[in-house]
Design a protein around this ligand. Structure first.
Ligand code: RAM
Length: 880
């Protein structure tokens, strides 16, 4: 029996806000093995019953069950399209139609925008970060068949119809390079409208657009005045239509939100609430006229991908008094989001919560590492039972000091929401070592804490920027844990948009540092094009290509990637590249005392990344059939590699830089002269031994150190490194009670003191990049580059580390892939599930004898045994 278990459109269940036909992908379920699809049939209809389908592909002979893009129909704006699919398999069976799903279109062309950006603020409000209300009433003339709203803001907004908040998204419209690309959201509001009088309202705040951002504390980075844009399209049952757009007839008012900013939190006075302000019949005669704000509507872009949501609720675990006498709530988990509370006070009573991440060594409140970020909720009661959560801010926190609260604090009065881009979870990992399981947990929460519309470095201090290096380092790990496609797809568009005319890639995207060079010593050195940071332009599309097998991302980012490679080429001398401000092996422990810059020379890290990115770009050019570029950049890669070898190896094959990171990148990026490969790997082992078995690597070396070892015959040393639990190591943080990943190996030092508060985040995912080694090597779930997206997988778990079992899973675009392994004395059990319509090569690590092959044919392959398999679950036993 075969069936379609899940259908995805552009990787989502029901994308809303589509402007071109989505990519279709589906997962096949069967109780048989070796299932391959031989044909599919797709239908698209404007009704859920598929009467008179507007598109029918007919039975198309094809194995493709992902990345299927129909060439018809032409899409209409503001419409819902239902889709379903069925398939035929190599058993000759034709499945039933899948459950149907749908997608909703936005405005296909920006010329359809008639509404205006309206504001309740004036230019004089530039230094003001209050929330403002906007409202209108409108008549729905007839019975509504369907209605959609398209909304966005200069700032942040919440949109209401007839008193109800529209949708469950938070922090809309998200953060993009606003003056180049502003996203708008699409909502199905059919069920919110009534025949007759209706009201629409918006609460608008400063957000990333207008508020204070960046460690330099610059505000009004994109504009001085908030504004809101909304256009509602109604299609009546009788076929007529109506469009209601924001315009000068709307009215505006101040709101109870007296102040709201990303870093500092929110000040809210409930006494200023205006009950019913967003419902019909509200008396708004005292409200003021709105002004029209000029903004280029050509740059509006429909958002169909992942939105930010309150994804998880975390209950308060305890309320306690610190040695210094502060009352503190502990949520038991360092996270990003906000607190929701209940209070019963008198009008004018205050609730003040100061959020923070960690307690100091004495167990007292520790605010210093937040730097200038206040992370404070300041609420004034109107009196009686009330509930509150902030509107346009988020906090990085595990704890909150209760600086004011009327009456007794009850644990159940406080809840926290983890707020992040709502991606579909894809990875699971657990093993017999509880510390490694905690590390996994911490890595996952690092992702949850820093994927809030853009990938950020940290969520708590006055920074929270789209640091490109961090996003580059962590991309592969993140892409095991969750479906990151639409998240990175969106952000990579901003990477491209913010590139310099020459192709340089900013240190942070959206780039709000360029132009501020005069304000900061660091920025005066340069605001773009640092090795490993800027390479995000190439490495992240590559990672998405590998993970999802998606060539569209290569095509869409092609010019951006190429421009970045050309930038490096332009600024290289004899193929050695270096440029202005470099972060090098950032925060490595081989740095000079007090410095952030590790000991590996910039020439080396720059040139290593130049080679790596060029090589990847050449391969991508090849995969999309651009042979000319493939040849050109392949040749360039060879030249850079040659230059790298000449410069960074002496004639005896020793690396000229005696750092762990130098050896790691040379090995992992394949830049070592073949005859010196073993020698280089052994040198790395010695450099680790020199540190008593510890790593001292920073952002550049850490992600790959275990790979550099395990790929070169040193799996034991890689496991040893992973299992270290004294300083510095991954598990040291775990032993210190971390629930997320720290920015510094010594964020909290063995003696209980902390790294300088200037830069000490306890929720920084960069070092969580070890996560991909756990999936790729420990669990052995590896991608075949020539058949990516797990269409063909390489299953090669590496036994070791004293682990008695590992359970791991990855939900690929084809379905669930899973690996379970167990080691009992010298007998090994391996259970593998390969998704239907895919195949895998299974390698039995160091197998001497296969006891049970479950129908597979194993042959010798160096030290392993190897078999090719189709889909299904296989139980294998062997001796090592
Ligand atoms: C810090 C950030 C980030 C890093 C840059 C270079 O400010 O937190 O992690 O990429 O510096």
């Amino acid at each position: 029996m075969i069936r379609i278990s899940e259908l995805r459109l552009d990787y989502l269940k029901q994308p809303v806000g589509v402007t071109k036909l989505p990519q279709f992908g589906w997962m096949i379920d069967s109780d048989q093995r070796n299932i391959i699809q031989t044909a599919y049939q797709l239908q698209i209809a404007d009704n859920p019953d598929f009467n008179n389908a507007i598109y029918d592909s007919g039975l198309v002979e094809s194995e493709d069950s992902a990345h299927v893009i129909p060439d018809k129909p032409a899409l209409k704006s503001a419409s819902k399209y239902f889709v379903h699919v069925r398939i035929k398999s190599n058993t000759g069976e034709i499945s039933k139609w899948s459950d149907s799903t749908y997608f909703v279109t936005a405005l296909i062309s920006n010329i359809e925008w008639r509404a205006a950006f309206i504001s309740a603020e004036t230019k004089e409000d530039a230094s003001n970060s209050k929330g403002t209300y906007l409202r209108t009433e409108f008549t729905v003339k007839n019975k509504v068949k369907e209605a959609y709203a398209f909304t966005t803001a200069l700032g942040l907004y919440k949109f209401y119809i007839n008193g109800k908040k529209v949708g469950t998204d938070e922090m809309t419209p998200g953060w993009t390079s606003y003056n180049k690309r502003l996203l708008y959201q699409t909502y199905d509001i059919t069920d919110l409208l009534n025949t007759g009088k209706n009201a629409a309202g918006a609460l608008v705040g400063a957000g990333w657009y207008k508020g204070t951002m960046g460690f330099i504390g610059a505000r009004n980075n994109y504009g001085d005045q908030t504004a809101f844009l909304s256009q509602i399209h109604i299609r009546y049952e009788d076929g007529t239509t109506d469009i209601i757009g924001s315009d000068e007839t709307w009215k505006g008012s101040d709101s109870p939100v007296l102040f709201s900013e990303i870093y500092d939190g929110e000040i809210y006075d409930a006494r200023l609430e205006q009950p019913g302000w967003n419902t019909p019949g509200f008396e708004d005669k005292d409200w003021k006229a709105v002004s029209i704000v000029d903004f280029n509507k050509e740059i509006l872009t429909a958002q169909s991908g992942t939105r930010v949501k309150k994804v998880e609720e975390v209950s308060a675990k305890r309320i306690f008094t610190t040695p210094k006498g502060d009352t503190v709530i502990d949520f038991g988990q360092n996270m990003t989001g906000w607190i929701h509370f209940r209070v019963n006070g008198k009008a004018g009573d205050k609730v003040i919560l100061n959020c923070f991440e960690v307690l100091d060594s004495e167990g007292n409140v520790y605010f210093d590492n937040l730097r200038k970020a206040k992370e404070t909720l300041d609420f004034t009661c109107k009196g009686g039972e009330e509930e509150y959560e902030p509107n346009f801010t988020f906090q990085g926190f595990q704890f909150a000091k209760i600086a004011a609260y009327p009456g007794n604090t009850e644990l159940s009065d406080f809840t926290a929401y983890a707020v992040h881009s709502d991606m579909e979870p894809t990875g699971t990992f657990d093993c017999s070592n509880q510390d490694i399981n905690q590390l996994q947990h911490n890595i996952l929460w690092g992702l949850k804490g820093n994927f809030l519309d853009i990938p950020t470095d940290c969520p708590q201090r006055n920074e929270r920027l789209g640091w490109t290096g961090d996003a580059q380092i962590f991309c592969r790990t993140a892409s095991y844990l969750m479906n990151t496609y639409t998240f990175f797809h969106k952000w990579l568009k901003d990477v491209a948009a913010d590139q310099t005319p020459e192709g340089g890639v900013p240190h942070v995207v959206p780039d709000l540092l360029s132009g501020k060079e005069a304000d900061d010593w660091l920025l005066s050195q340069g605001t773009h094009s640092a090795a490993a940071w800027a390479d995000v332009a190439v490495i992240n599309p590559w990672t998405l290509y590998l993970t999802f097998g998606d060539k569209e991302i290569i095509k869409e980012q092609y010019e951006s990637m190429k421009a970045w490679i050309n930038f490096m080429q332009t600024h290289s001398v004899d193929n050695i590249w270096n440029y202005k401000l470099q972060f090098g092996d950032w925060v490595a422990l081989d740095a000079e005392e007090g410095s952030y810059f590790g000991a590996t020379p910039n020439d080396l890290t720059c040139t290593a990344y130049y080679a790596y990115s060029t090589g990847l770009f050449a391969r991508m050019a090849n995969y999309i059939g651009n042979t000319k570029d493939y040849e050109t950049y392949r040749a360039l890669f060879e030249q850079i590699k040659k230059a790298f070898q000449e410069h960074f190896f002496d004639e005896d094959g020793n690396m000229t830089a005696n750092t762990q990171t130098a050896h790691v990148v040379a090995l992992y990026f394949n830049l070592v002269p073949e005859k010196y490969r073993q020698k280089t790997a052994e040198a790395l082992v010695r450099l680790v031994e020199k540190e008593n078995g510890h790593l001292v690597t920073g952002f550049v070396g850490t992600p790959y150190i275990c790979h550099a070892l395990s790929q070169n015959g040193h799996i034991k040393e890689a496991y040893d490194l992973l299992l270290k639990d004294d300083f510095p190591s991954w598990l040291y943080q775990v032993k210190k009670g971390a629930t997320t990943v720290w920015e510094h190996w010594d964020g909290l030092k063995p003696d209980g003191t902390m790294w300088s508060p200037d830069m000490n985040s306890f929720n920084h995912y960069a070092y969580g990049a070890i996560g991909e080694w756990l999936y790729r090597v420990v669990a052995g779930i590896e991608i075949d580059e020539t058949n990516p997206g797990y269409k063909h997988s390489i299953i090669h778990p590496r036994f070791g580390g004293g682990l008695s079992y590992v359970n791991a899973g990855y939900k690929s675009v084809y379905g669930n892939l899973s690996v379970h392994w167990e080691q009992k004395d010298d007998k090994c059990i391996l259970e593998v599930t390969v998704p239907h319509n895919t195949s895998a090569t299974i390698l039995l690590d160091g197998a001497k004898d296969v006891l049970q092959a479950d129908g597979l044919q194993f042959e010798k392959a160096q030290n392993d045994r190897k078999a090719l398999t189709g889909s299904g679950t296989y139980h294998i036993e062997f001796v090592r």
